[in-house]
Design a protein around this ligand. Structure first.
Ligand SMILES: Cc1cc2nc3c(=O)[nH]c(=O)nc-3n(C[C@H](O)[C@H](O)[C@H](O)COP(=O)(O)O)c2cc1C
Length: 250
C-alpha cells in the first residue's frame, strides 16, 4: 500500500487565478509524482477562507485559546495544520511585505511560535511578485516557520515580470528546479527515513525557551504556554536536534 503524505497549503492571495496558489498546486503535484506517495492536500487561500484579524487581546499566550476561533475557519485550519506532515505557506509580495491575508494567519498563529507547536513538520515557503521584494517575504515566512518548529526543505521565489509579463507556464518553468528540489526534500525526510537537521535559529530559540520556561515552572497552572512547554516534554532535551531525532526515529 502507498504511504500517505498530508500537505497543508495556505496561499495569502485573494486572486481567483493566483500565481502563488498555482505554484503551490504545481508543487503538490511535483511532490506526488516524485514521492510516489498518496498525497492528501488541504488547500486554503485568502479567497476561499474566512479568517478574522487578531484583535490583540493576548489571551492566546496566556489561556492557549483564541477568542476569535469560533467565529471563522481558524479552528479547522489549526486542526489541519496539526495533522499535516508538510506545510506550504505562500504569499504575494505587497510592497516588500507579506499580503494582509498572510499576515492574518501569522498573527493568529503567533502564540504557537512560543511553544514551537509544529515541531518536526516539513515546510516550504513560496513568495511571488512582479520582480522585487521577494527576499523580504521569503525570509519573513522562513523565520516564522522556524519559530513554529517547522523544518524547511525549500524556498521558492517567483517573479512574474522580466522584460515583459511572463505566461503561467513560463513562470512555472523558471522555478522547475526548485520544485524538484523541494519534492526531493519531502521524499528524503517523510519517506526515506533520513533525519533532518534544524536551523541554527531553531537551535537558539529552543535553548532560549528551555531556559525561560524552566524559570517560569511555578506558573504552569496560570500560563498556558508554560504548561504546554512542559507537556511537550522539551525540558528533558538539551538540544533541538535531539527533539527532532527522537521524533523521526519514532
Ligand atoms: C497591493 C500590491 C502590492 C504589490 N507590491 C509589489 C512589490 O512591492 N513588488 C513587486 O514586485 N510586486 C508587487 N505586487 C505584485 C504582486 O506581488 C504579484 O502580482 C504577485 O505575483 C501576485 O500574486 P497572486 O497572483 O498570487 O495574487 C503588488 C501587488 C499588489 C496587489
Amino acid at each position: 500500500m502507498k504511504k500517505e503524505i498530508r500537505i497543508f497549503v495556505y496561499s495569502g492571495s485573494r486572486n481567483l487565478h493566483s500565481t502563488t496558489q498555482i505554484i503551490a498546486m504545481e508543487l503538490v503535484k511535483t511532490i506526488a509524482e516524485r514521492t510516489q506517495a498518496r498525497v492528501v492536500v488541504d488547500e486554503y487561500t485568502g479567497y476561499n477562507t474566512h479568517m478574522e484579524e487578531c484583535i490583540g487581546c493576548t489571551q492566546c499566550f496566556i489561556r492557549g485559546i483564541c477568542g476569535m476561533d469560533g467565529k471563522d475557519d481558524m479552528n479547522e485550519i489549526r486542526k489541519k495544520m496539526l495533522a499535516a506532515d508538510c506545510i506550504i505557506m505562500g504569499s504575494p509580495v505587497y510592497f516588500h511585505a507579506v499580503s494582509g491575508n498572510m499576515k492574518k494567519l501569522v498573527d493568529r498563529l503567533s502564540y504557537w511560535t512560543h511553544t514551537m507547536e509544529l515541531t518536526g513538520k516539513l515546510g516550504i515557503v513560496i513568495a511571488t511578485s512582479g520582480g522585487n521584494g521577494l527576499n523580504y517575504v521569503s525570509e519573513y515566512l522562513k523565520k516564522f516557520m522556524d519559530y513554529l518548529g517547522i523544518i524547511n526543505v525549500g524556498i521558492i521565489e517567483a517573479a512574474t515580470y522580466y522584460d515583459s509579463y511572463m505566461k503561467e507556464n513560463q513562470v512555472l518553468e523558471s522555478i522547475r528546479p526548485k520544485l524538484l528540489q523541494c519534492a526531493q526534500g519531502v521524499n528524503r525526510y517523510a519517506l526515506e527515513g533520513y533525519i533532518p537537521h534544524p536551523s541554527e535559529l531553531q537551535r537558539k530559540v529552543f535553548r532560549m525557551y528551555n531556559q525561560k520556561y524552566m524559570e517560569l515552572e511555578a506558573y504552569q497552572d496560570d500560563i498556558a504556554e508554560v504548561r504546554k512547554w512542559f507537556a511537550h516534554g522539551y525540558l528533558s532535551y538539551q538540544e533541538y536536534d535531539d527533539v527532532i531525532e527522537k521524533l523521526y526515529q519514532n
